[in-house]
Write a new protein. Structure first.
Length: 153
């Protein structure tokens, strides 16, 4: 028999997946054509919120390959959204930072998203919203302690 906590964590995962899918669709609706899709948006917003970062650091946080992030950064560079700058901590690994055009784009994205969120009638008290955020953060932290899966022989 499955413990109640285990079953509830499974339900939380399913709800989170469903929410993520809906948010991805909503993001496309909010931002329209030509605006980066969800994963690309996330990289830009990470730079907007966290400041300049290396490609390997961004890849680690997102759980993807360095090459995956590098393709995005190369595209963003060609569009004038990011630039590479010297990294005082490492001679070969440059820092990626938003350009003025990239900052303008992320600010506009944030503004549109905030307007949509402000228009929602979720009827959930602020303490419950904060609690939900804390639960998801703790769950994410716990999941990060699981060793990477290895292929069985």
């Amino acid at each position: 028999m499955i413990k109640q906590e285990t079953r509830l964590l499974g339900e939380l995962i399913e709800e989170t997946i469903l929410l993520f899918r809906r948010l991805r669709v909503l993001s496309a609706e909010i931002h329209g054509e030509g605006i980066p899709i969800a994963g690309q948006r996330g990289v830009l917003m990470d730079l907007a919120n966290g400041g300049p970062q290396t490609v390997p650091a961004m890849a680690r946080v997102r759980g993807v390959s360095r090459q995956n992030i590098q393709v995005l950064i190369d595209r963003f560079r060609s569009e004038g959204l990011v630039e590479l700058i010297e990294n005082p901590a490492h001679r070969r690994s440059k820092l990626v930072r938003l350009t003025a055009k990239g900052k303008k784009l992320t600010e506009a994205m944030s503004k549109r998203e905030t307007q949509v969120l402000a228009s929602l009638d979720v009827n959930i008290p602020s303490p419950q919203i904060q609690n939900a955020s804390n639960v998801l953060r703790k769950f994410r932290d716990a999941l990060q302690t699981i060793p990477e899966a290895t292929e069985s022989e």
